[in-house]
Ligand binder design. Structure first.
Ligand SMILES: Nc1nc2c(c(=O)[nH]1)N[C@H]1C(S)=C(S)[C@@H](COP(=O)(O)OP(=O)(O)OC[C@H]3O[C@@H](n4cnc5c(=O)[nH]c(N)nc54)[C@H](O)[C@@H]3O)O[C@H]1N2
Ligand SMILES: Nc1nc2c(c(=O)[nH]1)N[C@H]1C(S)=C(S)[C@@H](COP(=O)(O)OP(=O)(O)OC[C@H]3O[C@@H](n4cnc5c(=O)[nH]c(N)nc54)[C@H](O)[C@@H]3O)O[C@H]1N2
Ligand SMILES: [Mo]
Length: 692
């Protein structure tokens, strides 16, 4: 592919955007010399990045030039699974054999027997979902419900607020109180942490709500170590105290909220004593937090998806999102709540993805969080799977089922990735993907308010192709003649946003391409809901949600206990609640094949409280087995009071084949879904831990 950047031999700088699934979406300054990336730095002129990068991306050249990068299309020879062998084939052969199998399957079983499986391995608007979606829509493949990360929390939050919008993170420096709720910012949202630190310097108090004393919690003024999956109870307890003690902004409530009376009645069931018992914390912690929150106008709650991974994950975000409307914190530019900024962007999803290309009636939908079960039991059966931007064999819950599903001899699997991941070992055809440094893209963010361009810095390595070009070629191979399959990446970028939307006033693709990044034209330093006008159906902050009622769901915030606790027999047999949050040096399974980052993380580890370790005779640094009825994996024990009693914490996500026992923590996680949004329940997982 033509790539002007690559032809230049002199040293020059290229503007990039980090494509990884992280709220920070950093702007990159990539130094290229003789057609090679020699340095990757954070762009200094992009306010959210402010010249700083996480360690993973600062060493990005190592990822691009990793000796195990896939460079050519491959066909598997021999059996599926760990140790699989592949031979090189041409792109022409690869595309022809995929098209031929897809035609056969479509003729025999219907095209819905073909399932795309992708997530946010590449979060650019082109890389995430554009030509690929057009291709699968036109093909008539099954649709995929992308639920593995955020769907529960997003739905719960939106039920209250109306969209994935919140306070402007740049305002948080002026907050007096910041509550970091289920988020390890130092690890997974570093650039927000920078702003929180500035607020702290200016006198803000920081409180972390997390079962673990994480790197973030440690640096806060206070840490509330509740049990996993109890956040909605805590939020209801706080609302109980706020209402009981009249720590309310009545004017705000009357004018800008819906359902206050019903909410007041609901929270009567959540007095601090009951909530303390549910959450495993003191009543004083609840009373004090409510008083502090209720008496601070500039109070910002940074909530994150860490609290949406148990049975009641939707309710958790829904309940937390109610708080600022009670106290009127929304009146302050540095007050309110933020889960994600993604709803601020006028993305032209239909133009990018072309759902109108789907046949009628529209094909079935497969939930990506139950892929193991569906590969084994879906009716009609799944006959082909096309995986890109994701590594399901390592990241999807209940791995034993996922592995059995992928191992099916009659399943035709295509994988497109930069590396031979755990999933790639099950591919019939394995295709090489470019990194973002080798392709053009346009980006939104879910942690700030800027749009960004990612310019290609170098030519594609080997015969690697971007997702867009792969599906463009496949569409041609399948004979799809619609004009949209001829759109170039530049065309796709131009189509990605509704440039006429006021939030992009004065911007066009051409201007953005020249400038590199732009802040959405939202007013600065203002409070988005100071005067209400929530993007809900009622225009108010909805304590009572008619939409949830219509969907047959509980219309008021409530506590939904973790599913596995509710089964007392299970809880007796497997007394530890396992959570598996992100490791600092990995990004899901990305970077977890890098020698540098593996050395940092050492080996799979499970953190146990000294009390839980001693009753099991487990010493620090000794090998242990973590198990339940679904499976087991091994790890090194870290005995530490950083986790609260009753909780086991194993950072994720390790590659199975790079782990000593060939397994990872998803052996024990479950495919049960959340209360809303069909989300995965990774942290609703009881286990027992024993010495090996
Ligand atoms: N370095 C790094 N950064 C990442 C990622 C990564 O893998 N590594 N992953 C990216 C992705 S895909 C996402 S979705 C985000 C992840 O975003 P999150 O899922 O928000 O992950 P964390 O920021 O680690 O926050 C999770 C924190 O919540 C805590 N926690 C677990 N269960 C509960 C609970 O029930 N209640 C409360 N209050 N806390 C709980 C965990 O101990 C952990 O400290 O981060 C992104 N950034
Ligand atoms: N136990 C446990 N499991 C979890 C989680 C947890 O906290 N605990 N977190 C969950 C969450 S929040 C998420 S988001 C999921 C994430 O799960 P995934 O979305 O599967 O994320 P990754 O493991 O990073 O895999 C992304 C893959 O995409 C590839 N890739 C990158 N760029 C491109 C590209 O341009 N084209 C193609 N074709 N491929 C590309 C990468 O090399 C990588 O192999 O995991 C979930 N799984
Ligand atoms: Mo995620």
């Amino acid at each position: 592919m033509a790539n002007p950047a690559a032809k230049s031999t002199a040293t020059h700088r290229v503007r990039g955007a980090c494509p990884h699934d992280c709220p920070d979406t950093c702007a990159l300054a990539v130094t290229v010399s003789d057609g090679r990336v020699v340095k990757v730095a954070g762009a200094a002129d992009h306010p959210p990045t402010a010249g700083a990068l996480c360690t993973k991306v600062a060493f990005y050249a190592e990822r691009i030039y990793h000796p195990e990068r896939l460079l050519y299309p491959l066909r598997r020879v021999g059996s599926k699974g760990p140790g699989a062998k592949f031979e090189r084939i041409s792109w022409a052969e690869a595309l022809a054999s995929i098209a031929e199998r897809f035609r056969q399957i479509a003729a025999a079983d219907g095209a819905a027997a073909i399932v795309p499986y992708s997530y946010a391995g590449n979060s650019g608007l082109l890389g995430y979902g554009s030509m690929d979606r057009r291709f699968f829509h036109r093909l008539g493949a099954s649709q995929l419900d992308r639920t593995i990360c955020a769907s529960a929390g997003a739905m719960g939050y939106q039920a209250t607020i109306g969209a994935s919008v919140g306070f402007d993170p740049e305002n948080v420096v002026d907050a007096r109180l910041i509550i970091l709720w289920g988020t390890n910012s130092v690890v997974s949202n570093l650039h927000f942490w920078r702003l929180a630190q500035e607020a702290k310097r200016r006198g803000a108090r920081l409180i972390a709500i997390d079962p673990c004393r994480t790197a973030t919690a440690e640096k806060c003024d206070q840490h509330i170590a509740l049990l996993p999956g109890t956040d909605s109870a805590l939020a209801l307890g706080l609302m109980h105290v706020l209402i009981r003690d009249d720590l309310l902004d009545h004017d705000y409530i009357v004018r800008h909220t819906l359902g206050f009376d019903a909410l007041s009645e609901r929270v009567l069931a959540y007095p601090p004593a009951r909530v303390a018992a549910i959450c495993g914390i003191s009543t004083a912690a609840i009373e004090n937090l409510a008083r502090e929150y209720g008496s601070t106008r500039a109070a910002a709650i940074r909530a994150n998806y860490g609290i949406n991974r148990t049975a009641g994950g939707g309710m958790a975000l829904r309940a937390v999102a109610c708080l600022p409307a009670l106290t009127g914190a929304w009146r302050s530019p540095a007050g309110g709540v933020l889960l994600s900024t993604s709803g601020n962007y006028p993305v032209a999803t239909a133009a990018l993805e072309r759902p109108d290309l789907m046949p009628s009636p529209t094909p079935r939908t497969i939930n990506m969080s139950t892929i193991g079960h569906d590969l084994l039991h879906a009716q009609p059966p799944i006959k082909a799977l096309f995986v890109y931007n994701s590594n399901p064999v390592a990241v999807a819950p209940q791995a034993a089922e996922v592995v059995r599903g992928f191992a099916r001899d009659d399943l035709f699997t295509v994988v497109h990735d930069l590396f031979q991941t755990d999933t790639a070992d099950y591919a019939d055809i394995l295709l090489p993907a470019t990194s973002h440094m080798e392709q053009l893209d346009i980006h939104k963010s879910y942690g700030h308010l800027y749009v960004q361009v990612n310019q290609p810095a170098i030519a594609p390595l080997g015969e690697a192709l971007p997702n867009t070009e792969l599906f463009r070629r496949l569409a041609r191979q399948m004979g799809f003649s619609e004009a949209c399959f001829a759109d170039s990446d530049d065309d796709l970028c131009r189509q990605a946003f509704d440039w006429d939307d006021p939030r992009l006033a004065g911007w066009s693709w051409e201007k953005l391409k020249a400038d590199g990044h732009a802040r959405l034209t939202l007013p600065r330093g203002t409070a988005p809901f100071a005067d209400g006008c929530f993007p809900t159906a009622s225009g108010k902050c909805e304590f009572y949600s008619e939409a949830l009622a219509r969907a047959g769901l509980e219309p008021l915030p409530d506590f939904i206990a973790p599913r596995e606790w509710r089964q007392s027999e299970l809880a007796a047999e497997f007394p530890l609640a396992l959570i598996t949050p992100p490791a600092r040096n990995f990004l899901n399974t990305s970077f977890a094949n890098s020698a540098r980052f593996l050395a940092q993380e050492k080996s799979p580890a499970v953190h146990l409280h000294p009390a839980d370790a001693s009753t099991r005779g487990i010493a620090d640094d000794s090998p242990v087995r973590i198990f339940n009825r679904r499976g087991e994996f091994q790890a090194r024990a870290v005995v530490t009071d950083r986790v609260r009693p009753g909780v086991a914490m194993a950072t994720s996500i390790w590659w199975r084949k790079l782990s000593p026992d060939g397994r990872n923590c998803n052996e024990v996680t479950s495919q049960e879904l959340t209360d809303m949004g069909g989300g995965a329940t990774f942290y609703d997982c009881l286990v027992e831990v024993v010495r090996v």
